[in-house]
Design a protein around this ligand. Structure first.
Ligand code: NAD
Ligand code: ZN
Length: 346
């Protein structure tokens, strides 16, 4: 048996003894988890917006050490230090062959309930990784697990969103939301050559972190973010907007602050099924609007290199390190925005 963070009910997780995972297919490996984290996406389960079965293990951000390998695993051996991608891909279906790993026909997200593949979560002492050769990366020697952890999800999500926003040398960028994903988007935009990054949030503490990374900041709780962006950009708007909150309200804000011909990349996940698309505004301003799940496998080698080269330090978002047993407290701290990022140590 092992300890694992399990979903109990809306607003309630508990660390319980659960069965240790075992190899199920020759392409599986078992990882002994060294670090895992609580993600903004986990809060959607915690809030009951995405269905989760009581007793199921939560979590999808993790690093670890290979404990056991299936017979067809070629790239990893017992003892290797690895980071997992937050969702799995098979590597051989049509989508994977096209490099669209996030659209894999048998994709699953660890610990994300029945509609995302019913794969056990990684906030646990051990995790089973399917198609391990595709869904793990070695952690470069000079990188701490805690830094590499972010390449498996939020850093690479944010980096992909920045790529999808067409950010390149000289771009001006607005980033709505300075949660962990927004903070990583600021770092990614700068790494891609943006010369001006304007960060928007409602919480002063999160904005101060954004400022320390080189962003200009707007507190939308006491000022009009669209008016401020226009004032900062000769009334034109910015080249690119990354929406990192989730929900139609902030997506619609992005349409207001992007310049004609600009790009919007929405990365926030929301339970909202539809929203009124600003068709006329999008047409007359000739806006490119991108939204979609992150293609972690496309960008993870690049983001691991950016961390290893010191270009990006994702650990700046960590506010709390707790033992796995303290996960319930960790969820509460993150949910109430006392914590900006919680690392759990099994
Ligand atoms: P978070 O909830 O910690 O951050 C959201 C931030 O937005 C907070 O700092 C909050 O104060 C701010 N905010 C709320 N309303 C705002 C407003 N009106 N204007 C400006 N700021 C506002 O979450 P996170 O971990 O940073 O994740 C952000 C989103 O990205 C979540 O919806 C998460 O599910 C999603 N996500 C998506 C993917 C993907 O593959 N697309 C991967 C990981 C996370
Ligand atoms: Zn996540």
């Amino acid at each position: 048996m092992m300890k694992a963070v399990t979903f109990q009910d809306i607003g309630s997780v508990a660390v319980l003894e659960t069965p240790e995972p075992t190899l199920e297919l020759p392409s599986d490996v078992i990882v002994r988890v060294t670090r895992c984290a609580i993600c903004g996406s986990d809060l959607h389960l915690y809030h009951g917006e995405i269905p989760m079965m009581p007793g199921d293990t939560c979590g999808h951000e993790f690093t670890g050490i290979i404990e056991d390998t299936g017979s067809s695993v070629g790239k990893f051996k017992r003892g290797d230090r690895v980071v997992g991608t937050f969702h799995t891909a098979c590597g051989s279906c049509n989508a994977c062959q096209r490099g669209e790993y996030h659209l894999c026909a048998s994709a699953a997200v660890y610990g994300f309930g029945p509609i995302y593949g019913a794969l056990n979560g990684s906030q646990a002492e051990y995790a089973r990784v399917p198609f391990a050769d595709i869904n793990l990366r070695h952690i470069p020697d000079k990188l701490e697990d805690e830094a590499a952890l972010f390449a498996g999800d939020i850093l690479t999500t944010a980096y992909g969103a920045a790529r999808n926003a067409n950010i390149s040398a000289g771009s001006s960028v607005a980033i709505i939301g300075c949660g962990p994903v927004g903070i990583m988007a600021i770092q990614s935009a700068l790494a891609l050559g943006a010369t001006r990054v304007i960060a928007i949030d409602l919480l002063e503490e999160r904005l101060q972190l954004a400022s320390s990374l080189g962003a200009e900041i707007i507190n939308a709780s006491n000022s009009d973010p669209v008016g401020r962006i226009m004032a900062l950009s000769d009334g034109e708007g910015v080249d690119a907007v990354i929406e990192a909150v989730g929900g139609s309200r902030t997506i619609l804000l992005a349409f207001e602050m992007v310049r004609p011909g600009g790009h919007i990349s929405a990365v926030g996940i929301t339970a909202t099924q539809t929203f009124d698309y600003p068709l006329m505004q999008s047409t007359t301003k000739d806006i490119t609007f991108r939204v979609g799940l992150a293609n972690i496998h496309r960008d993870i080698d690049k983001t691991l290199a950016l961390i290893a080269n010191g270009k990006i330090d994702p650990t700046v978002v960590i506010s709390h390190r707790l033992a796995l047993e303290e996960a319930a407290e960790g969820y509460h701290l993150f949910d109430t925005r006392v914590a900006s990022k919680v690392i759990l140590i099994p």
